[in-house]
Design a protein around this ligand. Structure first.
Ligand code: NAD
Ligand code: ZN
Length: 378
């Protein structure tokens, strides 16, 4: 089958690889209808993670069940399903508590597994014609038949639940103000989710004009950090108090992005932006090791966090991978009910062969390459 394969920093290719197949009785194999490219793929693509050549990328997958293992009870050939980016067993201590992003079974020695991701276990990605899904009864979310809402449903495997997770960790409540740093697809979904949860005003900080435009379209207030100091502007607009809640959808990449005006971690800006006793939700990735980091400390994932300011303000924080299964059923039903259209973030749909160019242009945050969907069978 054809698949998007990582070759070396800044290079992926579409190549023939071994077919996906049933390996355990609890597996299914799906025929992938849509696989999205994610900002998380760029950490590997840019060569910051030490990912080895040969990884098939793709953790944002949906499709139709093609083959069913003998131990699978709830699925049959032809079922349309969304696959959470977390690979999870469903029976360990964390999965039972809904913390499927930290499954203790699927990735020996680590908490949590994912498809097509370095250090997240032996699970091949879905930017390919077919994908093997382990513990399929647990990991497949059923979708209505047909091809309706394909763009919206494609957001259910990662970024819509991740944005919602950010707002949930920040405990966004009706009427509150929220500051979101990062207007990539994840930040946009965090702003969108905060509005769904009833926030009165959501500020979204980025510098890419098309991303700020999208923020405005969904009812958030864009703040361009290349033009103004976001902490000052947002503090001003919240009567000098700061926002009730804050979300980091940038992560450690702010420290390594070339030419950034503010190369420090945005988490510190959030501490200054959010009011005393406010709460922060962090979904932007911070990694325990970053071989491509500019200095020795950063290479070990040690970044300077203003704990003094954070303590003085009595703030609290939630961090980590999103537990997609904790949210994807309800978010699917919001889409079906016509109450959410997360597909607004999609800017390009391409056949698999478009992947190499799409990676290159998404990596440069080019106009029109905010969220790219790949369709392996078109
Ligand atoms: P992205 O790289 O497209 O978005 C990041 C955005 O941050 C860009 O638009 C960039 O312009 C902006 N930015 C950079 N420096 C900034 C600064 N100083 N202030 C404000 N904005 C700044 O990627 P994405 O797909 O939106 O993903 C964002 C992050 O979320 C990545 O780190 C990704 O790995 C992570 N992620 C986490 C989870 C999870 O489960 N926790 C899931 C998916 C993605
Ligand atoms: Zn993703």
């Amino acid at each position: 089958m054809r698949a998007v394969v990582y070759k070396e920093p800044h290079q992926v290719e579409v190549e023939e690889v071994d077919d996906a197949r049933i390996e355990d009785p609890t597996d299914v194999v799906i025929k992938v209808t849509t696989a999205a490219i994610c900002g998380s793929d760029l950490h590997m693509y840019e060569g910051r993670t030490g990912a080895e050549a040969g990884i098939v990328f793709g953790h944002e997958n949906m499709g139709v069940v093609e083959e069913v293992g003998s131990g699978v009870a709830s699925l049959k050939k032809g079922d349309r399903v969304s696959i959470p980016f977390n690979v999870a067993c469903g029976f360990c201590k964390n999965c039972l508590a809904g913390k499927t992003g930290f499954c203790l079974t699927v990735n020996e020695g680590f908490a949590g597994g994912a498809y097509g991701y370095v250090s997240m276990g032996p699970y091949r990605g879905g930017q390919a014609e077919y994908l093997r899904v382990p513990f399929a009864d647990f990991n497949c979310l059923p979708l209505p038949e047909g091809d309706q809402h394909e763009r919206d449903f494609a957001m259910l495997s990662d970024i819509f639940p991740t944005g919602y997770h950010a707002a949930t960790m920040a405990q966004v409540s009706p009427g509150e103000t929220v500051a979101v740093y990062g207007g990539g697809p994840v930040g946009l979904m965090a702003a969108y989710s905060s509005l769904i949860k009833g926030a009165s005003r959501v500020f979204l900080v980025d510098k890419v004009p098309s991303r700020l435009d999208l923020a405005e379209k969904i009812g958030a207030i864009p703040v361009n950090f290349a033009e103004v100091d976001p902490v000052e502007v947002i503090t001003d607009q919240t009567a000098g108090e700061g926002t009730d809640k804050g979300i980091d959808a940038v992560g450690y990449q702010a420290t390594v992005s070339e030419g950034e005006e503010q190369p420090a971690i945005v988490l510190n800006q959030l501490v200054h932006t959010v009011r005393p006793t406010g709460r922060l939700g962090v979904v932007g990735l911070y990694v325990p090791s970053d071989p491509g980091a500019p200095d020795e400390n950063a290479a070990e994932g040690k970044l300077l966090f203003e704990i003094g300011k954070f303590f003085e303000k009595g703030q609290t924080i939630g961090t980590g991978q999103a537990d997609v299964k904790a949210y994807n059923r309800q978010l699917r039903d919001l889409i079906i009910a016509g109450r959410a259209e997360p597909g607004f973030v999609v800017s390009k749909e391409l056949p698999l062969e478009g992947a190499p160019e799409a990676y290159e242009r998404f990596d440069k945050r080019e106009e029109g390459y905010s969220k790219v969907l790949l369709h392996p069978w078109e």
